[in-house]
Design a protein around this ligand. Structure first.
Ligand SMILES: CC/C=C\C/C=C\C/C=C\C/C=C/C(=O)SCCNC(=O)CCNC(=O)[C@H](O)C(C)(C)COP(=O)(O)OP(=O)(O)OC[C@H]1O[C@@H](n2cnc3c(N)ncnc32)[C@H](O)[C@@H]1OP(=O)(O)O
Length: 289
């Protein structure tokens, strides 16, 4: 309830701000964790995640992301969105592990509902989505990129991308898996999901997790030129085609959302899974020291 009220407030405040800035010509709105700029080619917004240090998708970040998308969807002048990160070297570290560790079942259920919500909005968006992957992109970070229509990645071998859930002792949900299969094919997905592979850029390109690699300083200009090409296609035919390609995958979650929340909640609440997450978080800490 409290979150729903916060969401309404944010949406309202955001739309007032958005309107005022549009009049000034600035065309920019921001929540704390998501910045949206609509300068550049007509009809294109750049959405930047800014939840330092690693753009983990906390409940607040998910909510702000979903609200920003909703606002862009409602703005009929926007046809395309470039999704990128403001955190140096990190696109997104994926779902926030602290939302899935040491909390209660009601929290897990609320969190998962919001993860589903963002995925459904992003995956089924009528807008053209291009990701400018300017850093590491594990698990939920990869999920965000996979929702896009085209993925441009910085060719920096330090950055990796993939669904690495099995390395954490957890399992990618069926809809993450479905989207992976749709993108890289059954055999590659089967192998990568079991091994929790994090692909460096050259391998990500080879297997089809990303569509194009460019030097790091060219990621944004390339994303813009890709967007220009997609903008040249009439919206109605592109949107109907996208819907035809993606609807079955989205419907598969829509028809069992509640069961999926229950599954997640009972899975993540297990002592053995909490122990695995604890160990993984410890490993992240030790890496530093
Ligand atoms: C039957 C099945 C039914 C249902 C399904 C059930 C379960 C499936 C559920 C969910 C799917 C999960 C999806 C996910 O996205 S899980 C998250 C996966 N993410 C990762 O594995 C990334 C982990 N992070 C890293 O590898 C590195 O941090 C990274 C390469 C991103 C950046 O490295 P860097 O050296 O720059 O920073 P660090 O020092 O490592 O991190 C800084 C700081 O941030 C914390 N951190 C990192 N990642 C996360 C995260 N995902 N969530 C929360 N916090 C994170 C890290 O611990 C450091 O914290 P601190 O020590 O306090 O500074």
């Amino acid at each position: 309830m409290a979150l729903a009220a916060a969401r309404r407030l944010l949406l309202h405040a955001g739309s007032r701000l958005g309107r005022r800035e549009a009049v000034d010509g600035a065309r920019r709105f921001a929540n704390k964790r998501v910045l949206v700029e609509t300068e550049g080619p007509a009809g294109v917004a750049v959405m930047k995640l800014r939840n330092p240090p690693v753009n983990s998708l906390s409940l607040e970040c998910l909510t702000e992301f979903t609200i920003s998308l909703e606002k862009l969807e409602n703005d009929k002048s926007i046809r395309g969105v470039i999704l990128t990160s403001e955190c140096p070297g990190i696109f997104s570290a994926g779902l926030d592990l602290l939302e899935m560790y040491g909390r209660n079942p009601a929290h897990y259920a609320e969190y998962w509902k919001n993860v589903q919500e963002l995925w459904l909005r992003l995956y089924t968006s009528n807008m053209i989505l291009v990701s400018a992957i300017n850093g590491a992109s594990p698990a939920g970070g990869c999920l965000l990129a996979l929702c896009c229509d085209y993925r441009v990645m910085a060719d920096n071998p330090k950055y990796t991308i993939g669904l690495n859930e099995s390395l954490l002792g957890i399992v990618a949900p069926f809809w993450f898996k479905d989207m992976y299969v749709n993108t890289i094919g059954h055999r590659e997905a089967e192998r990568a999901l079991q091994l929790g592979t994090l692909f460096p850029p050259a391998e990500a390109l080879k297997v089809g997790v990303v569509d194009e690699l460019v030097p790091e300083d060219k990621v944004h200009s390339k994303a813009r030129s890709v967007m220009a090409k997609w903008l040249a296609i009439p919206d109605h035919s592109r949107q109907l085609t996208k819907n035809m390609m993606r609807k079955a995958t989205a419907d598969n979650l829509i028809k069992q959302r509640e069961a999926d929340i229950q599954n997640f909640t009972s899975f993540i609440s297990k002592d053995s899974i909490q122990k695995s997450l604890h160990m993984y978080l410890e490993k992240l800490k030790q890496k530093k020291g």
